[in-house]
Design a protein around this ligand. Structure first.
Ligand SMILES: O=C(O)CCC(=O)C(=O)O
Length: 256
């Protein structure tokens, strides 16, 4: 059974992003928040650092699924993988990596306008991210912003976050801010332009992001000079990614 309607697919193809909600229940979002709290407390303890201090410095974790059973179960969530496969238009998806991005109360930084593919050693632009809200995320707490249609523009090199900024001019007015309730998700194309502001509220803004590739995507070290996952690639350029670090998760229901 299809997880998204033809209208949702058409909207994704037009805009390059698609809010879908709820993808998991609010209870499951609460379970993931608790799991994250326990996991970050354990990581802070491992390095003998008070939790407050640790969380004031670290706000992003990659490959959380390898450390935590609740996130591993979420990674293998059939519905998210099916939606990703339907949006990409492939039979099976492979995980590139997951990550948690947290903007603490009255904290976090602006994540500048960027497109993901330019930073990944992946050849084909056949990938989507599932940005799952763990908290209710509002305009004020750091909701994601997208430039509709930007994914249709030619592939560009990566943006140097520290020294350059994407300037939209009059087009800035077309940018769309997408609030999300806990348990809902925003899927975005790997060539979609997106940004997010700091958190101006007293609440946490936590998101769990899974990056899904078409399982046939291939390794391209030329695309991104360095990436945290590059060291885990065991195949030559042009080959599909190795299963141990980049597992295939099935895909459209019925094709698993
Ligand atoms: O969580 C955020 O604010 C940014 C996330 C992002 O850039 C992404 O998922 O590609």
């Amino acid at each position: 059974m299809a997880q998204i309607t033809p209208q949702q697919l058409a909207l994704f193809e037009e805009q390059g992003f698609l809010p879908v909600g709820p993808v998991v229940s609010s209870e499951q979002a609460a379970r993931l928040r608790l799991a994250l709290e326990a996991q970050t407390a354990a990581w802070a303890k491992d390095i003998d650092t008070p939790l407050d201090e640790y969380l004031s410095v670290v706000s992003q974790w990659t490959n959380v699924w390898e450390h935590n059973a609740a996130f591993r179960a979420q990674l293998y969530h059939q519905r998210s993988a099916s939606i990703a496969a339907e949006l990409i238009g492939c039979e099976r998806v492979r995980v590139f990596h997951d990550h948690v991005i947290v903007k603490p109360p009255h904290g976090g930084h602006t994540i500048p306008w960027h497109r993901d593919l330019a930073n990944w050693p992946v050849r084909e632009p056949r990938a989507v991210s599932c940005w799952l809200a763990l908290d209710d995320v509002t305009v004020e707490s750091g909701a994601m912003r997208f430039m509709p249609g930007g994914h249709k523009e030619p592939i560009t090199r990566s943006i140097d976050f520290l020294n350059e900024a994407k300037v939209w001019g009059d087009r800035e007015a077309d940018a769309v801010t997408v609030p999300a309730l806990a348990g809902s998700a925003i899927f975005h194309h790997c060539l979609s332009w997106h940004t997010s502001p700091p958190n101006a509220t007293g609440a946490w803004r936590r998101a769990y992001i899974t990056i899904y590739l078409d399982a046939t995507c291939t390794f391209d070290p030329e695309r991104a000079g360095w990436h945290p996952m590059s060291g885990r690639v065991k195949v030559p350029p042009g080959a599909v990614f190795n299963e141990d670090a980049f597992p295939t998760l099935g895909g459209r229901e019925g094709s698993v």
